[in-house]
Design a protein. Structure first.
Length: 699
């Protein structure tokens, strides 16, 4: 999308009209007919055409204006509210920095790098420290008076810490949490949900007489008239002064503005901020790079549209518009019936998205979606893409209602619609096949030869109804199946025998207990040491396991009670009872672990709770990217098991508590975040060396 398409003279007028319409809608009420990437590409194509054909330059062109908006308010700005020029890559950023250096005749004294907040610019006028008037940016020369919304904007104080006359400038946006809440409030009032946070912020700022209030957040990034000496402070110092006056600034976030001394440092900080984008609690659509010092800014000056001392390094849009083609209803292994949107494929940040989650039927209703709708789809980092909202104003009348299933799409039984997430009344039995496939999976019981074809065959032949049945299969039964020769039969029986002796955590995980994935299963197994102890635990006892809150504890207890007959049979068949649950061995114990295993002892709660030791004792470890070297063959689950065997704690997300990141190939935002937090980072080879004594012996 970064390379401007070539326009012909016939297309130019159309392109200008389309861009002007989109910009007008964008600045007016945030409804937009074009995604950000498409708009940027169109403007670049227009600019390229104008450079070749300056005689044809249209007065309407979005390239030459102070701003793009047609929604002009009637309150003149004290000084124009400028926009920013855009660059779309590291090279373009370097070129821009070089051109600024040429203009100044030297390198700028320093740079400031900060997030480009994806909201709307406002000007907030204070007299003697008291907020008097708030204006939208409008067309940059005049804006609309929106003082009535000021009380709903966090970070925009009614009174500053000092009695100064000043006009604060900055961005107003809805954080992700504010956006979700806003849509809940709106739908509760029968209003159409906002398509995305930016549209929501735009609509909210201009709304009058709403029967409900929606909270927004302000980030200051500029000021006019402060201390009677505009342009005296370096930008980074100005931001500190604004924060001291009580205004919110991006300094309160992980993507805090940073002064950089060189273009290389600027590029690094840009990448860092880009890398933390998905984890930020609000949307950014780029990173702004500014010459920091006042003298450099004054010397570079401004054009009619944008300053020459600042530029926006745009990031690919996270929101894209596409069409909702269909809704599929998939039944999960616990019987949950989940809707999934089938989309006209759309590229978001380099990834083609054809499906997106719709969460649950209530969510579809809340968003007011219809088949055939043009919809906003959001995708950020590793998050599963989700449909945010329809573009209601673009409906043609051909859209169709989404039909909710009236019976379980898999087995035809009734649906329990009592909870937000619908569920087949047969629960996990509905999904016998899916449950068996899951239980036999590599990270659970790892039964080679029991894939989906075989599982369907076994269930359809009536040989297997649940997991315990797998352990009662006989040679004759297997040989009676189609395409099952004696070699496959013997191999499968051997794999089932091996599975019988898998450790407790894997058996627990194989049960598909709601609320317990792979790492939670390991924690529960390590805590209790035996299935009997787990089954005997009440909610309070379970809640002693790290990461289990009271609600999850109750869920797990009721799930286990539901599985009671199956668990009895598995125990009688010796599944999950034969091997000591691996817990972090003390160095001395590690040498004798083999002996303990041979003795056939089962883990005990006391043993399991012994203080972890080993090379990763006390470490909170996150693994990201693809593993290489000796770790290449390990699944993420096996990596986590390895970490726990070595005394560490495995987790999937980087936080302040993380002490070590293992970053493989194509490590992305987690690496950036770890570096930002100063967390130790090892590559897979270094990590393998550290854990040499704990690595699984190659078969
Ligand atoms: S500086 C004279 N800094 O981006 C300088 N703008 O695409 C003008 N924006 O109109 C703006 N974050 O609404 C600046 N850290 C930031 C920003 C920022 C978001 C917005 C602002 C501006 C638009 C230009």
């Amino acid at each position: 999308m970064n390379n401007a398409a070539l326009l012909t003279s016939g297309d130019y007028a159309d392109a200008v009209a389309t861009a002007t319409r989109a910009a007008a809608a964008y600045y007016a009420d945030g409804t937009t007919t074009l995604g950000d990437d498409e708009y940027d590409a169109l403007v670049r194509a227009i600019a390229a055409y104008e450079q070749e054909h300056p005689e044809e330059l249209s007065e309407q062109s979005p390239t030459g204006k102070v701003a793009g908006g047609a929604a002009e308010g009637d309150v003149p700005h004290s000084v124009p509210m400028l926009s920013l020029d855009n660059v779309f890559s590291g090279e373009e950023l370097a070129d821009w920095a070089a051109s600024l250096e040429r203009r100044l005749g030297r390198a700028p004294a320093g740079w400031c790098v900060e997030p480009k907040l994806d909201g709307l610019a406002i000007a907030a006028r204070y007299e003697a420290g008291a907020l008097r008037q708030v204006l939208t940016r409008g067309n940059g020369l005049a804006g609309e008076d929106i003082t009535h919304t000021a009380g709903d904007v966090l970070g925009l104080p009614a009174v500053l810490a000092e009695p100064v006359d000043v006009e604060l400038r900055g961005e107003v946006l809805l954080t992700h949490a504010q956006f979700e809440l806003a849509n809940e409030i709106r739908t509760a009032h029968g209003a159409v949900p906002f398509a995305n946070p930016r549209n929501g912020a735009a609509g909210t700022l201009r709304a009058k007489d709403r029967p409900y209030r929606i909270e927004l957040t302000f980030f200051a990034y500029d000021a006019v008239g402060l201390d009677g000496a505009d342009g005296a402070l370096a930008h980074s110092a100005l931001l500190e002064r604004l924060a001291a006056l009580g205004a919110n600034t991006a300094a309160s976030t992980a993507a805090a503005p940073q002064r950089c001394e060189s273009v290389e440092e600027v590029q690094r900080r840009v990448e860092e901020i880009a890398g933390m984008r998905a984890a930020l609690p609000f949307g950014i659509d780029g990173v702004v790079v500014k010459a920091d010092d006042a003298a450099d800014q004054a010397q570079a000056g401004s054009g009619s549209r944008a300053p020459r001392w600042a530029v926006a390094r745009k990031l690919a849009a996270e929101h894209k518009v596409t069409r909702l083609l269909a809704v599929e209803w998939a039944v999960g292994r616990t019987g949950i019936i989940a809707p999934r949107a089938v989309l006209e494929p759309v590229v978001i940040d380099g990834v083609t998205v054809s499906f997106a989650t719709l969460h649950n039927p209530a969510d579809i209703e809340r968003r007011g979606l219809m088949l055939g709708d043009r919809v906003f789809v959001y995708r950020a980092g590793d998050v599963i893409p989700r449909v945010e909202a329809p573009l209601v104003e673009e409906r043609t009348g051909a859209e169709q209602p989404i039909v909710f299933p009236s019976a379980c799409p898999r087995c035809g039984e009734a649906i329990d619609t009592g909870e937000q997430r619908w569920r087949c009344v047969r629960g996990r039995n509905c999904q016998a096949v899916a449950s068996i496939i899951y239980a036999a999976g590599r990270d659970q019981l790892d039964i080679e030869g029991l894939g989906s074809t075989r599982a369907v065959q076994l269930v359809e032949a009536g040989l297997v109804r649940d997991l315990a049945d797998v352990f009662t299969l006989t040679r004759e039964q297997l040989l009676s199946l189609e395409r099952m020769g004696s070699t496959s039969t013997d191999n499968l029986l051997a794999a089932i025998e091996t599975a019988r002796t898998r450790p407790l955590n894997r058996v627990l995980c194989a049960l598909g207990v709601r609320g317990t994935g792979r790492s939670m299963s390991r924690r529960i197994a390590a805590h209790f040491g035996s299935m009997a102890a787990i089954r005997a635990a009440d909610a309070e006892t379970l809640a002693a396991v790290e990461g289990i809150g009271p609600e999850k504890a109750r869920l797990v207890v009721s799930e286990l009670a539901e599985l009671s007959a199956l668990l009895d049979r598995l125990a009688a068949l010796g599944v999950g009872t034969q091997v000591t649950e691996p817990t972090a061995p003390a160095p001395a114990a590690a040498e004798t672990a083999e002996g303990a295993g041979a003795a056939g002892g089962t883990g005990t709660a006391e043993g399991a709770q012994a203080a972890p030791a080993g090379p990763l004792a006390g470490e909170a470890v996150v693994v990201t990217g693809s593993m290489t070297g000796p770790l290449a063959a390990l699944s993420r689950n096996e990596m986590n098991e390895l970490i726990e065997r070595a005394g560490g704690r495995a987790s999937s997300s980087v936080s302040k508590r993380t002490t070590l990141l293992v970053a493989g190939e194509k490590a992305g935002s987690k690496r950036a975040k770890a570096e930002e937090l100063g967390i130790r980072v090892l590559d897979p080879e270094q990590f393998a060396t550290l854990l040499a004594d704990h690595l699984p012996v190659a078969a």
